[in-house]
Write a protein that binds this ligand. Structure first.
Ligand code: ASP
Length: 425
C-alpha cells in the first residue's frame, strides 16, 4: 500500500474514532466517569502525546532541511547564479499574483452570498487582538543579524537570506567551495533520508492528531455559521482545484490532473497539521522527487512559499472581512475592498505558516479598513477546521508555483512529472 493511502486511512479512521469518542463523552472537562477516563487516557493522553511528538518531529527537520537544501541549490548554480535574481523575482511575483486572485475571488463570492447579513450582534464579541507587525518591521525582519538566532527561532526568511548568501559564496570559492559543496550535497541526502524515515510514521501521527481534534470539535459552532463556513470552503476548493489547474496549464503547459494527484501527500500533511511550515519537508520531497522540480528551484520556492504565500489564508480573510462588515452593518465601500486586497496580500509576507496565524493577520486587515477587530470572536469557533483546509490550499499553491517557475526556467524534468509511478510514495 502506498504511503499516501496509509496516511489517508490513518486520517479517516482517526476522524471517525474522534467522533465516536466525542459521542461517548471523551471531551476535555467532561464530568461523566467514562468520558473522563477516555479523555485522560486516550484523547488527552496517548493521542495528544503521539500527535504532538509527530508535529514536533516534522518541525525538527525544517531548519536543517531548508538550510542544507538551499545551500546545495544555490551553490549548484555555480557561474549561473546570476539567474537567481530573475528566478526569485518571478517566484515572488507569482506568489503575490495568486494571493491577489485568491482574495479578490473571496471578496466577490462573499459579497454575492452575504454570509453576515442579518446576524444579531452585541453579545460575546470580545477578542484581544495580538499586535500585528508593521510593514516596515516586516521588511527589516527579513535580514538576520545572527544566523544561529534565526535558526533557533526558525525564522524562515532570515534562514533563506543567510543560506542564499552562503550558497553564492560557496559557488564562488573555487576549490574550497567545491569541497564544501560536496559536503552539503551529501548532507542533503542524509537529511532527506530523515524525512523519508519520519514519513513512514505519518499514518500513526495523523491518526492521533485527527482523533484528538475531532473528539474536541463541536459542530454546533459550524451550524450557526454555516453560510460563512461554506462560503470559505467553496472559494478554497475553487481556488485549490480550479484556479491552480488553470494557472498551471496556461503558464507551464503541465498536466493539472497529474499535479493534483501527485501532491496528495502534501495536502494530507498540511490538512492534518494545519501548518505550512511543518509541512515543508513533505512539500520539498514531493515537489523534487515526484514532480521532477530540480533542487536549485525547489529549495528556494518551497520554504519561501510556506512563509509568504498563503492563498487559503487570504481567502478566509476576504470572506471574514465581508462577513464582519455585514454583521456590523458597516459599508467599507470599493476603496475598502481594494485596501483589503492590498493588506491581506502584504500581511501574508513575514508571518510564519503555523496554525491559526491567519486570524492574527486578519486583525491587521480589519484595523486597516476600520472594522471592529472584536468581529474575529464571531468566526473563531469554526476557524480550526477552516485552518486545516486553507493550509492545504496554501501548500498546493507553493507546489504549483514551484512547478511553473521550474518549467519556465527549464529546471523541471517533464518526463518525470508525467511518469505515473515516479517515486512510489
Ligand atoms: N495555518 C496556516 C498555514 O500554516 C496559516 C493560517 O491560515 O493560519 O499555512
Amino acid at each position: 500500500m502506498s504511503l499516501t493511502t496509509r496516511v489517508l486511512i490513518g486520517m479517516l479512521s482517526g476522524l471517525l474514532l474522534g467522533v465516536v469518542l466525542r459521542l461517548l463523552g471523551g471531551v476535555e472537562g467532561t464530568t461523566s466517569p467514562l468520558g473522563a477516563f477516555l479523555d485522560t487516557y486516550l484523547v488527552s493522553g496517548v493521542f495528544e502525546v503521539v500527535g504532538k511528538v509527530f508535529v514536533i518531529s516534522l518541525k525538527l527537520l525544517v531548519v536543517p532541511l531548508v538550510f542544507v537544501s538551499l545551500v546545495c541549490g544555490t551553490s549548484a548554480l555555480g557561474e549561473d547564479n546570476r539567474r537567481m535574481g530573475p528566478m526569485a523575482g518571478k517566484t515572488i511575483l507569482l506568489y503575490l499574483l495568486t494571493t491577489g486572485i485568491a482574495i479578490s475571488m473571496a471578496l466577490m463570492m462573499a459579497v454575492l452570498v452575504g454570509p453576515g447579513v442579518g446576524i444579531n450582534l452585541g453579545e460575546e464579541t470580545t477578542y484581544a487582538a495580538k499586535e500585528a507587525p508593521s510593514i516596515k518591521q516586516v521588511i527589516i525582519n527579513i535580514f538576520p543579524a545572527n544566523p544561529v538566532k534565526a535558526m533557533a527561532e526558525g525564522n524562515m526568511l532570515q534562514i533563506i537570506v543567510f543560506a542564499l548568501l552562503f550558497g553564492v559564496a560557496v559557488s564562488k570559492s573555487e576549490t574550497h567551495g567545491k569541497k564544501i559543496g560536496e559536503f552539503f550535497t551529501s548532507l542533503n541526502e542524509v537529511v532527506m533520508k530523515m524525512v523519508t524515515l519520519l514519513m513512514e510514521l505519518a499514518p500513526y501521527g495523523v491518526f492521533c492528531l485527527m482523533a484528538k481534534l475531532f473528539a474536541n470539535l463541536g459542530i454546533d459552532a459550524i451550524v450557526g455559521l454555516l453560510k460563512y463556513f461554506l462560503t470559505v470552503l467553496a472559494v478554497l476548493l475553487l481556488h485549490g482545484l480550479g484556479v491552480y489547474s488553470i494557472l498551471l496549464k496556461t503558464l507551464s503547459g503541465l498536466n493539472p490532473l497529474m499535479f493534483l494527484k501527485k501532491i496528495r501527500p502534501v495536502w494530507l500533511f498540511a490538512f492534518s497539521t494545519a501548518s505550512s511550515g511543518a509541512t515543508i519537508p513533505v512539500t520539498l520531497k514531493t515537489v523534487e522527487q515526484k514532480l521532477g522540480v530540480k533542487n536549485t528551484i525547489a529549495s528556494f520556492t518551497v520554504p519561501l512559499g510556506a512563509t509568504i504565500n498563503m492563498d487559503g489564508t487570504a481567502i478566509m480573510q476576504g470572506v471574514a472581512t465581508v462577513f464582519i462588515a455585514q454583521a456590523f452593518n458597516i459599508d467599507i465601500g470599493i476603496g475598502g475592498y481594494l485596501m483589503v486586497i492590498l493588506t491581506a496580500t502584504l500581511a501574508s509576507i513575514g508571518t510564519a505558516g503555523v496554525p491559526g496565524v491567519g486570524l492574527i493577520t486578519l486583525a491587521m486587515v480589519l484595523q486597516q479598513v476600520g472594522l471592529p477587530v472584536e468581529g474575529i470572536a464571531l468566526i473563531i469557533g469554526v476557524d480550526r477546521l477552516l485552518d486545516m483546509v486553507r493550509t492545504a490550499v496554501n501548500v498546493t499553491g507553493d507546489s504549483m508555483v514551484s512547478c511553473v517557475v521550474a518549467k519556465t526556467e527549464k529546471e523541471l524534468d517533464t518526463d518525470w512529472f508525467n511518469k505515473v509511478d515516479a517515486e512510489s510514495a
